[in-house]
Design a protein around this ligand. Structure first.
Ligand code: C5P
Length: 393
């Protein structure tokens, strides 16, 4: 995507270097516009090196031709302004196009993200509040500011949002909403089956795959309810509703509660197959630990969902296998009555805990290798398939 990054004169401008670097690394084409005050904080050469293009610093700049502001406004597909000072926000809000950045802002008609950064007293001043309100009502996305320590040493609200937050906010804004109105339930992570309060049966799943699916679906506009096991640490998108459970039985109860209202179920959790028949409420001491323990099978959550809703809701499972993943997945697809299974290899090099895996999408029509080995890509390929299936039905 072609992105104009605007930099105003604030100390947080040093963080914008990382933002530009991240944007370029993510494959975006970036042109940087600095106000002249910004150049007192970071030299244009830094942004030229990071973006690989000349940086505009003056309203009269002609680096993009005699009408640079119009060329840039028409070239850009998105604008990110970080840091945005109180003065720049005032110029945007009142249309006072006195510098190159405000000129391009007025001429641009796509999504704009603004990351304010200023002293807390300036942020809470009624004039700033009014100007920010005007920008919001014009459809500008305001990201931050965050609370914390200011350059002055004071604490308060006024710190610029971090580069990763701005990257995420930009992704949210530019992602097509092709799953809007779709209601999805996703399970992720391992379950814990306790023998006693300090001993349990579990597996190495980190929940990464399920969380990536939930996050990507939310970003594409779906209403997502994510039900995770207790050990999932992967950051969850702020638009995802999350419940955390401990055991397989609790996970089933949580799924049953929300499934009626859903259109799609994605079972990415690595649910424990067994649980102890007896789970003690107090810690057993080593001397009295039995060497054999009576176990019982856990409910198969996805099979129960499929039994109730097959044909009415889309049901997608996962099959993590060390051998013959496609064949195993095809068997599970039939046995559990699912619409699709993502089959993937797990072993020492990939699978649990890693961002990479080899995977196939297995349906009644056959198996297709999912291109690439990145779990975030797998999530979007699966969501593309879900989107197509929902459209067909
Ligand atoms: O049978 P297996 O555990 O290999 O099947 C994996 C699929 O079934 C995954 O989608 C997993 O989330 C789901 N599953 C489940 N409840 C179980 C066991 C597996 O929902 N008790």
């Amino acid at each position: 995507m072609r992105i104009v990054v605007g930099v105003a004169g604030g100390i947080a401008a040093y963080k914008t270097c990382e933002l530009v670097s991240r944007l370029v690394q993510a494959g975006h084409e970036v042109r940087v516009i600095m106000t002249s005050a910004a150049t007192a904080f970071v030299g244009p050469l830094t942004f030229e090196a990071l973006s690989g293009h000349p940086v505009s610093t003056q309203a009269t700049d002609v680096s993009e031709g005699p009408l640079s502001h119009i060329t840039l406004a028409h070239w850009a597909e998105a604008m990110v302004v970080a840091p945005a000072t109180a003065g720049l926000i005032a110029r945007f809000a009142t249309g006072r196009a006195e510098d190159m950045l405000s000129l391009v802002y007025l001429g641009f008609r796509g999504p704009v993200l603004v990351a304010p950064a200023m002293e807390p007293d300036m942020w809470t001043h009624p004039r700033t509040e009014m100007n920010v309100g005007i920008l919001r009502s014009d459809g500008v996305h305001i990201v931050g500011p965050r609370e914390g320590r200011m350059a002055s040493g004071r604490e308060g609200i006024g710190r610029m949002a971090e580069p990763w937050e701005l990257m995420e906010a930009l992704e949210d804004v530019i992602t097509p909403q092709d799953l809007a109105h779709v209601r999805m339930v996703v399970t992720a992570g391992s379950t814990w089956e306790h023998f006693d309060p300090v001993r349990l049966l579990t597996n190495p799943s980190t929940g990464l795959m399920g969380v990536l699916i939930a996050n990507a679906a939310a970003r594409r506009g779906a209403h997502v309810h994510l039900i995770t096991g207790p050990a999932v640490q992967v950051p969850v998108h702020h638009l995802v509703t999350r419940s955390t459970v401990t055991s397989a039985v609790e996970m089933l109860q949580a799924v049953e509660k929300v499934m009626e209202a859903a259109d799609v179920f994605v079972g990415a959790a690595a649910v424990s197959d067994f649980r102890p028949v007896e789970s003690l409420t107090h810690k057993m001491h080593k001397e009295s630990l039995p060497l054999t323990w009576k176990m019982q099978t856990n409910p198969d959550i996805i099979a129960m969902v499929a039994q109730k809703y097959h044909g009415h809701k889309l049901i997608v499972g996962f099959a993590a296998e060390t051998q013959a993943p496609v064949e195993q997945a095809a068997l599970k697809l039939r046995k559990k009555g699912l619409d699709a299974i993502v089959a993937n290899l797990v072993g020492h090099q990939e699978g649990f805990g890693s961002g990479q895996h080899h995977s196939w999408l297995v349906t009644a029509q056959g198996a297709h290798p999912i291109p690439g080995d990145d779990k975030a890509c797998t999530a979007n390929v699966l969501l593309d398939w879900i989107e197509r299936k929902l459209k067909e039905s």
